[in-house]
Ligand binder design. Sequence first.
Ligand SMILES: NC(=O)c1ccc[n+]([C@@H]2O[C@H](COP(=O)([O-])OP(=O)(O)OC[C@H]3O[C@@H](n4cnc5c(N)ncnc54)[C@H](O)[C@@H]3O)[C@@H](O)[C@H]2O)c1
Length: 411
Amino acid sequence: MKKAAAKTAATPRKLRIGVAGVGVGAAEILPTMRMLDTIDLVAAADVNPRILEVFRQRYGGTTYSSVKELCADPDVEAVWIATPNRFHAEHAIMAAEHGKHVVVEKPMAITLREAEAMIEASIKHKVKLICGHTQSFLPPVQTMRQILRSGRLGRLCAMHVWAYSDWMLRPRSADELDITQGGGVPFRQAPHQVDTLRLLGGGMVRSVRGTIGQWFPGRPIPGYYSAFMEFEDGTPATLMHNGYGYFVGSELVPWGHQNHHFTVPERIEVRRQLLAGTSDQDQAKDQLRIGGSDERVSAQVQAAPKPWVPNDLGMLIMSCERGDVRQSAHGIYVHDDRGTEDVPLVGSANPVAGRRAELDELYDAVVRDKPVAHSGPWGMATLEVCLAIMQSAAERREILLSHQVPAPEPG
Ligand SMILES: NC(=O)c1ccc[n+]([C@@H]2O[C@H](COP(=O)([O-])OP(=O)(O)OC[C@H]3O[C@@H](n4cnc5c(N)ncnc54)[C@H](O)[C@@H]3O)[C@@H](O)[C@H]2O)c1
């Protein structure tokens, strides 16, 4: 009798999640949802019937052809929104109106007005709003933050993050090729770098001077940005992403060949086909989603994590008064007067550590009523910086920011 009571107390209650938009982004989190004993993946919505069929077979649960029906499902407590960027606000507000907690993929929205409306809806309907997934959740960035906060290297003095990726060469749907719908590298990749820099730098960015670039005729959207941002306390940071894939950052590390989307000849062929207009992008993108012939991520929850490569987030270097900090293959290098130390990652013993952080944040917020770190105002502040890079590029001037919030204290 006593034993049974002890078991009940130790067994966590499961949070019932439904996924809105089961595309490439959602596929990255589905295996983690299935593995965690705190999460019950109960439903999904998508407009693509092929995907719903694969979802039913692989994960079970109820499927819907609209997000509205998913939100109306009384069995769903929280909705993970991974529909295209132009729907983030509409779907997050819809979920909140149905009393569902929300995790929304980056970018939170495509305008500040939308972000504000999402925050208002979450307050009005008393639901949690979490702005995921950016790389700032991941163990390397969390470990860098811990090193910084330990004080061993003194004050943060400067940060630089530079990425060379093949983002522009991967299959893209029509919405991803339209900047007015939140397409292109500044909308899709800047949130990772901006969120990371803000988390490490304390959150409060004073101003941004940015530029964007579009120079490959095979893709009608910006594939490049670079920016200088200054924090309120004067700390400088530079960020850059070049998604054209002539050179990719993984080539900078000896083990980089293990983590390429494409080989060099494949990248040359993709560019040729894009210029000739001979590749069916919708079809190619669909093959990346669950059950498709090029699906990569769902099968990738491996016991041994792959070594880090400087691709999508890029090479991030944090300079402090008494040392520099950057990523190593499986940890974080601290370069200081004692030499170079390879510090293990926070939570590295856990095989699903990589993508569980926001699910843990959601669970703790809903079930344990803990404060949300990646909150609506936090996500809106990150979006403000991304939009300021684009505004600065258009107006060729420094943009002062007004929606910044401080980085949350670690839980
Ligand atoms: N955090 C990350 O690292 C990461 C990675 C990839 C994508 N994402 C994000 O995920 C989102 C989707 O990007 P993606 O690459 O997965 O694109 P995708 O096109 O593969 O996924 C979107 C899915 O939503 C479905 N959909 C479209 N309109 C819908 C609607 N009205 N109702 C229901 N379903 C609808 C599509 O059929 C598709 O399956 C974007 O916000 C993107 O930024 C995040």
